[in-house]
Write a protein that binds this ligand. Structure first.
Ligand SMILES: N[C@@H](CCC[C@H](N)C(=O)O)C(=O)O
Length: 260
């Protein structure tokens, strides 16, 4: 059987997209998803996303990491899925969709910039060495010196597999401050088990974490990731962080068919 796929990337975080509105995709075939994401034996991607029908929103997002396992929310993947939905005429310039962490609203402009509302954050753990929070996916955030030469894969894996996070693990973000509301970020992603060029939930977590520990008072934060630039905006209230938006480009790369 031939599988029609589309490849998208958001600041270098890349995804295989499949239109599964007809419900044909073998969702429990972990090995198949891992192979499709493999950069040598498959299409190559950090994750695979299914666009599915939903009764009360424009579509449903089902997200798998490149290890083939279904996982929690993917911010860049969500932004790319909005661009994919627009190309399929499922939406026009606005979308509501359901993902594993709940309801999302998004807009896409004429330049392909997607602004995606992320979940509210009302719980942030502050340690002397790091901040931990869940922005749809779990994120450990820590400031480091000399981010350019930092060994993200080795140090990220050490934290991800440490007793701190048990079997579930965590994504791990290493951050450097550039100016008051501008940070540089490199992320080790759980489920990819390597550094990726960008992580949207990680950028969101980093912006909130930097505000919480007083590195910035701004609620509009620029994040340079390895694959480009993201912006995160939020409102800080008594309850926590609301109206959290992840903003950046979402780009079609290529499409094709692959033998299953
Ligand atoms: N690339 C993502 C995060 C994807 C989920 C993550 N790997 C996990 O399993 O927690 C993003 O852009 O947010």
């Amino acid at each position: 059987m031939q599988l029609k796929f589309y490849k998208y990337q958001g600041t270098g975080n890349d995804f295989v997209m499949i239109d599964n509105r007809q419900n044909f995709f073998p969702k429990n075939d972990t090995k198949l998803i891992e192979r499709l994401c493999d950069r040598r034996f498959g299409i190559g991607a950090d994750g695979l996303i299914l666009l599915e029908n939903d009764n009360s929103t424009d579509f449903r997002m089902v997200y798998y990491n490149s290890d083939g396992n279904e996982s929690s929310m993917c911010g860049n993947g969500g932004r790319c899925l909005v661009a994919f939905a627009k190309s399929l005429n499922v939406i026009n310039n606005e979308a509501t969709f359901i993902a594993t962490d709940g309801l999302h609203h998004a807009t896409i402009d004429e330049n392909g910039i997607v602004s995606l509302q992320m979940k509210d954050v009302d719980e942030v753990k502050i340690d002397t060495e790091y901040v931990f929070l869940n922005t749809g996916s779990p994120h450990h955030v820590t400031l480091v010196n000399d981010l350019e030469h930092y060994n993200v894969k080795e140090n990220g894996a050490e934290v991800r597999y440490s007793d701190l996070y048990g079997n579930a693990g965590s994504n791990v973000n290493f951050v450097n401050q550039i100016s008051d509301n501008h940070f540089r970020l490199r992320t080790y992603e759980r489920g990819v088990e390597d550094e990726t060029l960008s992580c949207g939930t990680g950028a969101t977590a980093t912006a909130i974490a930097m505000n919480v520990i007083g590195k910035t008072n701004s609620n509009s934060i620029d994040i340079n990731v390895e694959g480009g630039k993201l912006k995160v905006k939020f409102e800080k209230t008594d309850k926590g962080f609301e109206k959290v938006f992840l903003i950046g480009p979402a780009t079609f790369v290529f499409e094709g068919e692959i033998e299953l």
